[in-house]
Design a binder for this molecule. Structure first.
Ligand SMILES: [Zn+2]
Length: 338
C-alpha cells in the first residue's frame, strides 16, 4: 500500500510544501491568544481559504490547521475534550480542497509540540505524550490526512513519542525540529544529533528536517548540517520568510518573495527534497518559490558563504556541530514557541 507522499517522492526531484499557518490566519483576523483550531469549526471558510492559498500557489503538500490540536494545548482553552472533533474537521476540509485541485496534493496532518517539558526536568511522561499524540493522530486520520506532519519539535523525547503515536495510528509521518537557539533546538539538539536520533527510530519518518527557527539562512545552515551526515531519508526545509519585525503594532516578516525563491533553489541544490516556508511565508512567496524551482537549473551544493551572501548573515557564529560541539548549551526554559 503506497501512500500519496511516497508516490510523489518517488516521481519528483523536489516537492513544494506550504507556508505559514499562523501568519495567514492573523491576516484574516485571528486574535493573539485565540486558538486557531477553533476556526476549523467556527470559520471553516477561512480555513478553506488558507488551504486554497497554498494549493493555488503551487504547493504539492499542505498542512492542516491542527498545530495546537493536542489535549495539552487545547486544555489552555478548556477544549481538551475536542481533540477528535477539531483535528477531524481540519483534515476533512483539507481533503476536500486537495481532491478538488485536479492534481495530486498531499494532506499533511500538522502535529505540534505539547508545550510541556519531559520528566525529569518537567512532568510530561513518555506514555502520556504518546497518548496525546495518538488521540490527535486518530482525528487527523479520520478526516482523511495522507500523512502526519510532526513539527516545531525541540526535544528528541517528544519526537520519539510522536513517532510512536504515528505507528499506533497506522499513519506514515514526516517530522521536523526547530533549530532556533544558536543552531540548536531549544533543548540543545544539533542537526547532527537529530540525524542520529532519526536513523535509530524503529518507525522512521518518510522525510525529516527543520522548520521555523530563525531566518532562512540559519535554516539552510541546518540543512548543510543534515546533508553532511549523509542520511538516505529525504530532507525537509521549512524556513521562515526572513526575520520578524514589529511594524504598526503587528509582526511582519522581512523576507521578500525573491528571497524565498533564492532560498528554495539553494535548498534544492543542498539536496533537500521537500521545500516550503514557515512563519511569514504567504502564497506570493510560494508562487515565487515554485517558479524558481521550475525554471532554474540544479547547481552544486551551496557553501555557507554562498548562503549568507544570498539570504543574509547567520544569527550565531556556529551551529554547534563544529569545533564547539561540546560547548554547554544555552539555558532557555519555558515559553515554548507556538
Ligand atoms: Zn514558523
Amino acid at each position: 500500500m503506497t501512500n500519496a507522499l511516497t508516490k510523489l517522492l518517488d516521481s519528483r526531484d523536489w516537492l513544494l510544501a506550504d507556508g505559514a499557518t499562523g501568519t495567514n490566519l492573523f491576516n484574516m483576523g485571528l486574535e493573539a491568544g485565540e486558538p486557531p483550531e477553533f476556526w476549523n469549526v467556527d470559520k471553516p471558510a477561512n480555513i478553506r481559504k488558507l488551504y486554497k492559498g497554498a494549493v493555488d500557489a503551487g504547493s504539492d503538500i499542505f498542512l492542516t490547521n491542527s498545530f495546537g490540536g493536542n489535549a495539552s494545548r487545547l486544555k489552555l482553552h478548556q477544549a481538551q475534550g475536542r481533540v477528535m472533533e477539531l483535528n477531524l474537521i481540519a483534515a476533512e476540509i483539507a481533503r476536500d480542497v486537495a481532491d478538488a485541485s485536479g492534481r495530486t496534493i498531499v494532506v499533511a496532518g500538522s502535529v505540534g509540540p505539547t508545550g510541556e517539558i519531559f520528566e525529569p526536568m518537567g512532568t510530561l511522561t513518555h506514555a502520556s505524550a504518546v497518548e496525546m499524540f495518538h488521540e490527535q493522530a486518530e482525528g487527523l486520520k479520520a478526516g482523511g490526512a495522507d500523512v502526519l506532519w510532526i513539527e516545531t519539535i525541540s526535544a528528541p523525547e517528544e519526537y520519539r513519542a510522536a513517532a510512536e503515536a504515528a505507528k499506533l495510528a497506522g499513519m506514515p509521518y514526516c517530522g521536523t525540529m526547530s533549530f532556533d537557539t544558536a543552531g540548536r533546538t531549544m533543548m540543545g539538539t544539533t542537526s547532527a544529533a537529530m540525524v542520529e536520533m532519526v536513523e535509530k527510530l524503529a518507525y522512521p519518518p518518510l522525510a525529516f528536517g527543520a522548520n521555523c527557527g530563525v531566518g532562512a539562512s540559519d535554516l539552510m545552515r541546518t540543512m548543510l548540517g543534515f546533508a553532511a551526515q549523509g542520511s538516505s531519508i529525504p530532507l525537509i526545509a521549512k524556513g521562515n520568510a526572513g526575520i520578524p519585525k514589529y511594524h504598526d503594532g503587528h509582526i511582519h516578516y522581512d523576507g521578500t518573495p525573491d528571497l524565498m525563491a533564492e532560498y528554495a533553489v539553494l535548498a534544492r541544490d543542498a539536496g533537500v527534497k521537500i521545500i516550503g516556508g514557515c512563519c511569514g511565508t504567504m502564497p506570493e512567496h510560494l508562487a515565487a518559490m515554485r517558479a524558481a524551482l521550475e525554471s532554474r537549473p540544479k547547481g552544486p551544493r551551496p557553501t555557507l558563504e554562498q548562503i549568507s551572501a544570498a539570504l543574509g548573515g547567520f544569527s550565531s557564529a556556529s551551529d554547534g556541530t563544529g569545533d564547539d560541539a561540546n560547548a554547554p548549551k544555552r539555558e532557555r526554559r519555558g515559553g515554548r514557541r507556538a
